[in-house]
Design a protein around this ligand. Structure first.
Ligand code: SF4
Length: 329
């Protein structure tokens, strides 16, 4: 059986905030006990509304934000227990692609310098060897050697994201966490970047953890999908199972808003009432209950357990049988 590349167990990130000097400290439960397994070579997406904790989860995995609790096993080693030196070495294998490629590229450095920096930090190669690797990588992402002497502001959004991907890839990582990598781009450019990522995945045997609010994009790129709501994963399944038979009422509502490119198929939009509650004051029981059209008495008081309703299809909901909920058509 294939061993997971990444296993997240009960990952928790709580922030504390205080409004005024005399006010009580509030705990914001940004990530609240997330479990997720990612196998080598697959693309697992995390989806959910803005503020659901998906980006914080990604940053906790890389320890760019220190988690409050939980385990993050990368190739079986808990990266929360690594010392500075071992963490630095492990980070070579885990890279991040940012949403806003412009903000993440140093405007005062040339593209050549930006791509060489990770190699210098990890003490890889001589200057000549590094230059060769940088030239090779810029061509792999569809740009040319001539671009290496230019600055980030001289590129379009799509080109800048290609550079962001090249910078993540130059260390030849095993895992790439891509945080909304195409949401700042035009739709036509989005497709190009997604196709590039898929090509690179095959060529370099990459594993992706793809974070997005856009279910159309997620459908294009994922093998499995985890749906997050208010810091928790409420449903995880392979793409086909999730899109064809979404089981959690929140997943059903999200999917009902995705346009279907077929004039003969009509979809019934499920309108979610109210806004995402504050993670500083989450509802009791099932945190989705104030917005759920299937809410029962038990939902107001008792958090639902995670159950496997079909092979590898996990749901956190009190409704016993998926068929009683009805599926998105
Ligand atoms: Fe809705 Fe209850 Fe399921 Fe929560 S547990 S999603 S409130 S039916």
């Amino acid at each position: 059986m294939t061993k997971p590349l990444l296993e997240i167990k009960s990952l928790t990130k709580h922030f504390t905030s205080k409004q005024g000097f005399f006010s009580k400290e509030k705990v914001v439960r940004a990530v609240d006990g997330v479990n997720l397994t990612v196998y080598p070579g697959e693309t697992v997406s995390i989806v959910g509304e803005s503020g659901c904790g998906k980006s914080t989860t990604g940053r906790c995995i890389l320890r760019l934000i220190e988690p409050t609790d939980g385990e993050i096993l990368f190739e079986g080693n808990d990266i929360r227990k690594l010392n500075e030196e071992d963490l630095r070495r492990t980070r070579r294998d885990m890279q991040l692609v940012f949403q806003d490629p412009f903000a993440s590229l140093n405007p005062r450095k040339t593209i050549g310098q930006i791509l060489e920096d990770p190699l210098i930090i990890h003490e890889i190669g001589t200057p000549q060897e590094r230059r060769r690797q940088v030239e090779e990588m810029i061509e792999i992402v569809g740009l040319s050697k001539q671009h290496l002497d230019r600055f980030p502001h001289e590129f379009s959004g799509g080109q800048r994201q290609r550079i962001g991907i090249a910078r993540a890839l130059i260390l030849r990582p095993k895992l790439i966490i891509a945080d909304e990598p195409v949401s700042a781009l035009d739709v036509s450019i989005q497709a190009q970047i997604l196709n590039l990522m898929q090509d690179l995945q095959k060529e370099f045997h990459l594993t992706y953890l793809f974070i997005s609010h856009d279910l159309s994009v997620v459908r294009h790129i994922s093998d499995r999908v985890a749906v997050m709501y208010l810091g928790k994963v409420v449903e995880v399944a392979d793409k086909r199972s999730l899109y064809e038979k979404p089981t959690h009422p929140y997943t059903q509502a999200l999917l009902s808003a995705v346009p279907v490119p077929n004039p003969h198929v009509t979809t019934q939009r499920i309108i979610l009432e109210g806004d995402l509650p504050s993670p500083a004051n989450p509802p009791s029981g099932c945190t989705f209950h104030p917005r759920c059209r299937h809410c029962m008495e038990i939902c107001r008081t008792t958090a639902p357990p995670v159950r496997e309703l079909a092979p590898d299809h996990f749901v956190s909901c009190h409704l016993e049988d998926a068929d009683t909920i009805g599926s998105h058509t």
